[in-house]
Design a protein around this ligand. Structure first.
Ligand SMILES: [Zn+2]
Length: 352
């Protein structure tokens, strides 16, 4: 859609389309949205119960919007990841969904009543808030209304694989956000489930590597002034494995990182593996990987033009960055590495 068209005109058009649609589909939504949220979401990745509750919600939304469930799940998960990274700016509004919408955006920028929940006046003021569950009010604290409003806005640009991403871009006006949602959707689509938060240690478990907490050290072969990551020392050619379910976001040469690979997971964390001697040949940007899957080999590449190697001992530089919407923050991966290593050790022992 032409971006020169005022937002209010677009909203009015969407509202007109959806009001007719809701009349046809209203009876399907007898159950109020709050009844869906019988289980609260615990922890970062959620419990089995909370995944089931979410999936139920996405299926219902998919039925009324004709948007594939994995797009709906991806939008919700992107919103959740940004809310988790910025909890003060984006307090949780619903019970199950991770969506946050500013009151002004929900009710309309010029709406004098920022807590407005009347679909008619919200539409008049160009707000995005809509009544998804058919109870007559567009509630900014209703799981169903929240996610429904975002999906309605985005799907007004089309619902197929080419058009829906345009709507995502129009909502966020941020290409990183659009890329994330598309990555998440491809993961959900590929696996057909929401429970994709298992982790693995980046090297095969054993005694052939060593690492310690080097967070913030002054020296570092990672390409930053302060060391942002953990160096795991191991021999040339040791397999390097994905630590998560994720999408290959970056692959290639970087002056400091050498041959490096970047993987995005559903927590919106970017896992960075640097100084590799090579990549797994089958892996390309956009591919989906799972925890423990080999993506490359340990090396000592970096600190020069493509192919430079041997300026420091072979090791894997592993860093994790959290996406906060417009910027990314590195955080210390050491405690997670210890946890994943112990969990895998335990698993291996129990297998005998
Ligand atoms: Zn390093």
């Amino acid at each position: 859609m032409n971006r020169m068209i005022p937002v209010t005109a677009i909203i009015t058009a969407i509202a007109l389309l959806t009001s007719g649609f809701m009349k046809q589909n209203g009876p399907e939504l007898g159950k109020p949205a709050s009844a869906l949220a019988s289980t609260s979401v615990a922890g970062e990745s959620g419990t089995g119960d909370s995944f089931a509750v979410r999936m139920q919600l996405y299926d219902k939304l998919s039925k009324v919007t004709n948007v594939e469930w994995y797009w709906i799940a991806a939008v919700d998960q992107y919103e959740r990841s940004i809310s988790k990274a910025r909890p003060k700016a984006r307090p949780l509004l619903g019970q199950t969904v991770g969506v946050f919408v500013e009151p002004e955006r929900w009710a309309g920028a010029l709406n004098p009543y920022t807590e407005d929940n009347s679909p008619v006046s919200i539409r008049w003021f160009g707000g995005i808030g809509q009544d998804g569950d058919g109870n007559g009010s567009a509630e900014r604290t209703s799981d169903f209304d929240l996610l429904y409003s975002l999906i309605r806005f985005m799907s007004s640009y089309g619902i197929n694989e080419e058009r829906f991403p345009i709507g995502i871009w129009e909502y966020y006006h941020n290409s990183r956000a659009a890329q994330r949602v598309t990555q998440f959707a491809s993961l959900y689509r590929h696996y057909g489930r929401l429970d994709l938060f298992e982790h693995a240690f980046p090297l095969p478990i054993g005694n052939s590597y060593s690492y310690r907490d080097t967070w913030g050290d002054r020296r570092g072969w990672g390409g930053r002034r302060i060391h942002e990551g953990t160096d795991i020392f191991a021999g040339y050619g040791t397999p390097v494995r994905s630590t998560c379910y994720g999408v290959i976001e970056v692959k290639g040469w970087n002056k400091y990182g050498g041959w490096r690979i970047g993987i995005r997971d559903l927590n919106n964390h970017y896992h960075y593996y640097a100084h590799l001697s090579g990549f797994d040949k089958t892996i390309a940007i956009g591919d989906i990987v799972k925890p423990g899957q080999v993506v490359g080999r340990v090396g000592s590449s970096g600190y020069g033009k493509p192919g430079t190697s041997g300026k420091f001992p072979p090791h894997l530089h592993y860093g994790v960055y959290s996406d906060r919407g417009l910027i990314e923050w590195a955080f210390d991966p050491y405690p997670m590495l210890r946890r994943w290593e112990q969990a895998e050790r335990k698993q291996l022992r129990s297998k005998g």
